[in-house]
Design a protein around this ligand. Structure first.
Ligand code: AMP
Length: 531
């Protein structure tokens, strides 16, 4: 109980950090679980969580799990409209949020965005609001309550216990929305038993976790990486997990390295986009730090280019830390193809080998299996594994057709892959209409739908293009009429529309106005040509 479970490093290095031991965390989770019950949340209810990276986010998720409620965390960068769509899809009547959040120099207004979303969601019964930034917020009588007040109510009840709800292994643990090749994000459902087994198993083996290790995963908990490798995997293994509220480049580009030294981090797990953005600052912000505590480095979210891999291994790992390039997806729940740190061979740009128990298969476009080595094809998985997606919320058929119908008796990942003469796997990127921008998945159809909502836009087509830092950038071709004679202003208006409808993460990097789009005879846009 006295072992640290969560170390929280705030956005502003001047603010005090917090350490929650396993005992503290248990007590706070029980307390908040009672708050949820007092507010009418029951087993099976869907609870939407829209918060910044504060320890209470972890407490809220675990409190849901404790009472058998199904959490659905929405990344803090999504717009009101995106939230409303997800609330409708999940029929989530409860929301947990913050007044605001900090990200580097920026303050983000979380509650105000929720208020806008709720204009379209009258079925929401309760909104629990945590104080973080003390920005003024509107609190609607009967619907909105303060986290702190609700905790006080539980305390005056003499802090009752809250035994963990008994769950079936196959009961849902959470829903997490992710983009696909259609315009509508799907709610990926993970279960209590298999997901926890798989995140714990993969965490311990891939990173070769040893008791006492401090693990720092830099992802946001709003994405699957944060769910699996900040929260569930490390905590199931009894590790100490670091939650960082800020961004890698504020107050300066040495922020990650300060944190590594300050808490003697042993395992660092980050994304190629973060590595590439830090490479731009050179080695000066790194060289001021010892980084001696580091034992293992991990990469996730997108293919890592060789240059970034070598920089990471040399300047951060000092040539003595194994680097694991971990391939997996929201749907797989945990890491599927990756080295085991220090045990299996590494090769820059390669995720290398399937985890024990995982059976990757490469197929050609007809579904014929490509045997042997030195072959490229579409990556499928043959045999089920504990952490695999169980359904897409509210639409099981969609799950079947998206993942299990393309190739008979195989799970189709949507990724292309090469197997080298040594049998090592290299992920080559998505083969469907899904982009990977800074490690975030965005469907081209979603962006097109948003652009097409803008007045004057007749049609649009979106493709990815190679981007130095983000991995992929978003390039939009737009047919537009009746603009106010100022292309630049129209561009800004379109960006504003996309931000309002999806969020700033989906803003195109480039917009080119065109008079027509290349199409097949049946009217399908030929993206290959646009690319
Ligand atoms: P998400 O579900 O948002 O985590 O995105 C999953 C997608 O990210 C995969 O289908 C891949 O296209 C990409 N991806 C994740 N990890 C890696 C990796 N280590 N190497 C290459 N691509 C990756």
């Amino acid at each position: 109980g006295n072992k640290p479970a969560i170390i929280w490093e705030p956005n502003d290095p001047e603010e005090h950090h917090r350490v929650l031991t396993y005992r503290d965390l248990h007590q706070k989770v029980v307390q908040f679980a009672n708050v949820l019950k007092n507010n009418g949340v029951q087993k099976g209810d869907r609870v939407c969580i829209y918060m910044g990276m504060v320890p209470e986010l972890a407490i809220a998720m675990l409190a849901c799990a404790r009472i058998g409620a199904v959490h659905s965390v929405i990344f803090g960068g999504f717009s009101a409209r995106s939230i409303a769509d997800r609330l409708h899809d999940a029929q989530a009547a409860f929301i947990i949020t913050c007044d605001g959040g900090y990200r580097g120099k920026k303050e983000i207004t979380l509650k105000a965005v929720i208020d806008d979303a709720l204009e379209q969601c009258r079925f929401v019964k309760k909104v629990i609001v945590l104080t973080r930034t003390r920005t003024p917020v509107s609190m609607i009588k009967g619907r909105d309550v303060w986290w702190e007040d609700e905790i006080k109510k539980v305390e005056t009840m003499g802090n009752p216990d809250c035994p963990a709800e008994e769950m079936d292994a196959e009961d849902p643990l959470f829903i997490l929305y992710t983009s696909g090749s259609t315009g509508k994000p799907k709610g990926v459902v993970h279960t209590c038993g298999g997901y926890m087994v798989y995140t714990a198993y993969s965490f311990v083996n891939v990173f070769q976790y040893e008791p006492g290790d401090v693990h720092f995963c830099t992802a946001d908990i709003g994405w699957i990486t944060g769910h699996s490798y900040i929260l569930y995997g490390p905590l199931a293994a009894g590790a100490t997990s670091l939650i960082f509220e800020g961004v890698p480049t504020w107050p300066d580009a040495g922020r990650f390295w300060d944190i590594v030294d300050k808490y003697q981090v042993n395992i660092l797990y980050t994304a190629p986009t973060a590595i590439r953005s830090l490479m731009h600052y050179g080695t000066e912000p790194v060289s001021k730090h010892s980084l001696e505590s580091l034992k293992v480095l991990g990469s996730v979210g997108e293919p890592i280019n060789e240059e970034a891999w070598h920089w990471y291994a040399k300047h951060i790992g000092k040539g003595r830390c194994p680097v694991v390039d971990t391939w997996w997806q929201t749907e797989t729940g945990g890491i599927m193809i990756s080295g085991l740190a220090g045990i299996t061979p590494a090769k820059p740009g390669y995720a290398t080998l399937p985890l024990p128990g995982v059976q990757p298969v490469l197929v050609d476009e007809h579904g014929e299996e490509l045997e042997g080595d030195d072959v490229s094809g579409n990556l499928c998985i043959r045999f089920p594994w504990p952490g695999m997606i169980r359904t897409t919320y509210g639409d099981h058929e969609r799950c079947r057709t998206t993942y299990f119908a393309t190739y008979e008796n195989l799970y189709f990942t949507g990724d292309g892959c090469y197997r080298d003469p040594d049998g090592l796997y290299r992920i080559t990127g998505r083969v469907d209409d899904v982009l990977n921008v800074s490690g975030h998945r965005i469907g081209t159809a979603e962006v097109e739908n948003a652009i097409n909502m803008h007045a004057g836009v007749i049609e649009s087509a979106v493709v990815g293009y190679p981007h130095d830092v983000k991995g992929q950038g978003i390039y939009a071709y737009v047919i537009h009429e009746g603009h106010h004679g100022d292309d630049e202003l129209t561009r800004q208006d379109i960006l504003q529309t996309v931000t309002r409808l999806i969020g700033a993460i989906a803003k195109p990097d480039k917009i080119q106005f065109v008079s027509d789009l290349p199409k097949t005879r049946s009217g399908k846009i030929m993206r290959r040509i646009l690319r």
